[in-house]
Ligand binder design. Structure first.
Ligand code: XMP
Length: 442
């Protein structure tokens, strides 16, 4: 057999598409018959065959994956054989659920559209948790519990479960032999895996990357602005609100790497320190939990990128670099105990709103692929409970990403508005590519 000893399909591989085309078309003479038109027709047929006389019940988060899936089910089955459920899990962006309800109205998909505010149920399920994977599972399981109870209430328990799962969701949950579990997606929790095995789940987008889902969405007549909204993870702000037990993470490691950080940054005229928290990253298909480094000082983007590169090359035990957006280099840090509470979620919602509003006001929303805003329970210089991190990135398929370079006047505005919020102790900008960092922080 023949294969590639590299990743020709990731965005950063120069001429990767040409390599694949050459390999498949020229070397093996396979005919290029895969087109989006064919894919749509094929999936419509497949949906009809799998659903038979039954119907589909689909969670409609408002994200492009489930919205495109809803449109495709509508096409295949008609509005009467499809029920949609939008759940406000309390982990949505500010005013997001209302916007989703309006969007489905505008799309004409509101015939069997149901809405439930399940904020309290989700917060109860997450109470006291700090472990990222445990949180993801709790969110996934609660989605299913809410979904099942709504199905019972509506008398449609026998419907198939429709999901807008896309290809990377499956890979990253360890769904291929190649990759270990990078993280468990909410649509791949054990209950769902059992339902898949029993043939009760239907996922028409499972072979597609995000760019292809968008292409399909546009073909199905979903307006451009809806399709090109930034991707938002199913567990929502649940993966962006970090929780901790307040223990300093490996204080000895931290003391051991601090001198290498200082030395490495000095030649760029910068200062910095490893932070007493751990963030998730990905290395060679495996999850890594390592320290972020906070970099301080005035520098242009190229210098910051070079300094970051030096950090990753010369310091062990780190997986992210952050640029301090406040005026002074912090002198003290205290890792705090924190869980998923509605006050913390409201604070994150406000930070996220300011960030997204800034992107829109500066006409940059469409240029940025995704922009998580993250809260970490880290007290800095005794100023507040939360370090806020901005993570604007460029990407195409989410498998790799690079940090975007936002204009400094926007960063100045965000510094003013975000650091003025009660509870914020610091503000930083994530400079890390994926790999070694992931896009999300958990
Ligand atoms: P990472 O953080 O792994 O994210 O670089 C890659 C893409 O996946 C999204 N993401 C998720 N989406 N459930 C989702 O539906 C999840 O648990 C989840 N975690 C990450 C992330 O927003 C990015 O677009």
């Amino acid at each position: 057999s023949y294969g590639f000893q590299l990743h020709p399909y990731v965005d950063d591989t120069l001429h990767g598409d040409d390599m694949i085309a050459n390999f498949v078309l020229n070397n093996f003479g396979c005919p290029p018959t895969w087109t989006m038109d064919n894919y749509e027709a094929e999936q419509v047929e497949k949906i009809r065959a799998q659903v038979g006389y039954n119907s589909v019940f689909l969670m409609a988060s408002g994200g492009d994956d489930s919205t495109v899936a809803a449109r495709l089910f509508g096409e295949a089955l008609g509005p009467d054989r499809m029920n949609l459920l939008h759940v406000d899990n309390g982990l949505m962006r500010k005013d997001e659920s209302q916007a989703v309800i309006e969007m489905f109205k505008d799309l004409g998909l509101d015939k069997n559209f149901h809405f439930i505010d399940a904020t309290d149920t989700f917060l109860e399920a997450l109470a006291g948790m700090t472990e990222p994977e445990q949180k993801r599972r709790a969110i996934g399981d609660t989605f299913i519990a809410v979904f099942e109870s709504e199905a019972r209430r509506l008398g449609i328990e026998d419907h198939l479960l429709g999901q807008g799962t896309i290809y990377p969701d499956t890979i990253e949950t360890g769904g291929t032999k190649r990759a270990d579990t990078i993280k468990t997606h909410h649509n791949r929790v054990p209950i769902i895996e059992e339902m898949i095995a029993a043939g009760k789940v239907i996922e028409p987008l499972a072979d597609l990357y995000k760019v292809e889902v968008r292409e399909l969405g546009e073909m199905l007549g979903i307006p451009h602005d809806m399709i090109w909204r930034h991707p938002f993870p199913g567990p929502g702000l649940g993966v962006r609100l970090l929780c901790a037990d307040g223990q300093v993470q490996d204080a000895d490691d931290l003391a051991a790497i601090a001198p290498a950080v200082t030395d490495g940054l000095a030649k760029y005229g910068l200062t910095g320190a490893p932070l007493p928290i751990k963030s998730v990253g990905v290395k060679a298909d495996l999850r890594s939990y390592e320290h972020p480094v906070l970099i301080h000082g005035a520098a242009d983007w190229d210098t910051l990128a070079e300094a970051s590169g030096t950090m990753f090359k010369t310091v062990t035990g780190i997986n992210r670099t952050l640029w301090n957006l406040t005026d002074t280099m912090p002198t003290s840090y205290r890792s705090l105990a924190a869980t998923m509470t509605s006050d913390r979620l409201d604070l994150l919602r406000e930070c996220d709103f300011l960030m997204m509003d800034g992107l829109r006001r500066h006409g940059l929303y469409g240029e940025i692929w995704q922009c998580p805003t993250v809260l970490v329970p880290l007290e800095i210089d005794g100023k507040g409970q939360e370090l806020c991190i901005l993570r604007p990135i460029h990407s195409e398929r989410a498998m790799t990403a690079t940090a975007a370079r936002l204009p400094l006047d926007l960063l100045e505005e965000l510094k003013e508005s975000i650091t003025a919020l009660p509870g914020i102790s610091g503000l930083a900008y994530d400079l890390t590519s994926k790999p070694p960092g992931t896009i999300e922080w958990e």
